[in-house]
Design a binder for this molecule. Structure first.
Ligand SMILES: Cc1ncc(COP(=O)(O)O)c(C=O)c1O
Length: 397
């Protein structure tokens, strides 16, 4: 099929929640390069929204997929023991603050479970704490509870009054607002260490550290949503490590499967010890296939220190973008290989993305008129240079 045939099927049969999409359909990938049906090559700087950390057709991922497919077992259910699930849980615990892990299928599902864990932690102790405080401009997913936690009226409005009660938002990086929002029924504070969808806005170090101290004083649990910032992307395995702040519960997804859908809830023993048989579950979460692929990917990225890779390449790319002389760039911010280019109002990020696509590059956008870069961590310096030169040229036009 050519692109217009695909577009016509999509517009007739697919639920139009994505509206008119970017005009490309990728059919093949190699390294950091995507190819459309006409064979046109594109250098990818968005990795399928910060997912494909090892790019395309990476032998570690391909081999893991083929090996598990050839073993003939993709899913057996959580009624039985699942070897790669146990191994992946152990690997994550060995390399993070966590003592126990539960696997889900997506970021939203992981966040939904994390909020349940927080409430159950208090319920198990006979304490009536059920409220969750999150931040304005946050993004936590599309289920009802995660929409309630996502700090945008746009996402919430159609679903009131169905949204779970007791989930409220406060301005990000504002400790006083957070203090004013908590009470003795607050179970957890849910934050991204750096807001991704909301515009690539890092938490201030003193803010995140003070939030941790506030949680310690009040007994409230700290949940960090590392769905976008996790898995080496920001220059450490999980972003919070760079803040010297440890959560009680953390969620991970996106890069965790390098393209294969998987999410995870990671918890300290303090929290996990209050979770009992029957409190949570999933048919597909933690299935053999997803865990086998994620295990191979995570082992490889940890063994080859992709955190250091992301830190080094991220510093290079950020520096190069900052050197672009353009009146359309208001600010460049981010950590590691998650970078936001704040554009001025006269230049729309969506338009720039479209034009860069025509030039053979795939950047992304974030809300607030931001160009978002989250390339595969395997991106080369030459590919970054070529992108920066093309972006400079585009912004000059
Ligand atoms: C920080 C954050 N949390 C949660 C989600 C939702 O993840 P998913 O789309 O896998 O449900 C996203 C997705 O962009 C995200 O960036």
């Amino acid at each position: 099929m050519n692109l217009s045939e695909i577009k016509s099927l999509d517009s007739q049969y697919f639920l139009q929640v994505f509206g008119e999409r970017m005009p490309a359909c990728f059919v093949r990938g190699e390294g950091c390069t995507l190819y459309d049906q006409d064979g046109k090559a594109y250098t990818d700087l968005f990795a399928g929204i910060a997912v494909n950390a090892l790019g395309y057709h990476h032998p570690v991922i391909t081999d893991a997929i083929l090996a598990q497919a050839n073993a003939g077992v993709l899913h057996t259910s959580n009624i039985f023991y699942v070897e790669p699930q146990a191994e992946l849980a152990a690997l994550l615990c060995r390399h993070t603050f966590a003592d126990r892990v539960f696997f889900a299928n997506s970021g939203a599902e992981a966040n939904e479970g994390a909020m349940k864990l927080a409430c159950k932690y208090f319920y198990a102790q006979g304490v009536n704490r059920y409220k969750i405080v999150s931040a304005n401009h946050s993004f936590h997913g599309r289920t009802l509870a995660t929409v309630a936690a996502t700090g945008h009226d746009y996402y919430q409005a159609p679903y009131r009054p169905l949204l779970p009660k007791g989930i409220t938002q406060v301005p990000y990086n504002d400790l006083d607002a957070l203090k004013a929002a908590i009470d003795d029924e607050t179970a957890a504070i849910l934050l991204e260490p750096m807001q991704g969808e909301g515009g690539v806005t890092p938490a201030k170090a003193e803010y995140l550290q003070a939030v941790r101290a506030l949680c310690d004083e009040t007994g409230i649990l700290l949940i960090l949503d590392e769905v976008q910032t996790g898995v080496c992307r920001t220059g450490s395995l999980y972003c919070h490590e760079q803040y010297g702040v440890t959560p009680d519960i953390m969620t991970s997804a996106k890069g965790l499967g390098c393209g294969f859908p998987i999410g995870a809830i990671l918890a300290s023993e303090k929290v996990a010890s209050k979770i009992a048989k029957g409190d949570h579950g999933s048919t597909f979460g933690g299935n053999t296939f997803a865990c086998a692929v994620s295990l191979a990917a995570m082992r490889y990225m940890i063994d080859h220190d992709f955190s250091a890779v992301a830190k080094e390449k991220g510093a290079y790319l950020m520096d190069a973008v900052r050197k672009i002389k353009s009146n359309h760039i208001a600010e460049v911010r981010g950590m590691g290989l998650l970078i936001g280019i704040q554009l001025t109002d006269d230049c729309l990020a969506g338009d720039v993305m479209r034009r860069m696509l025509a030039r053979g590059f795939v950047p992304g956008t974030a809300s607030g008129n931001v160009i978002r870069l989250a390339p595969p961590l395997i991106i080369s310096y030459e590919e970054m240079d070529a992108f920066v030169a093309a972006l400079a040229e585009e912004l000059a036009e």
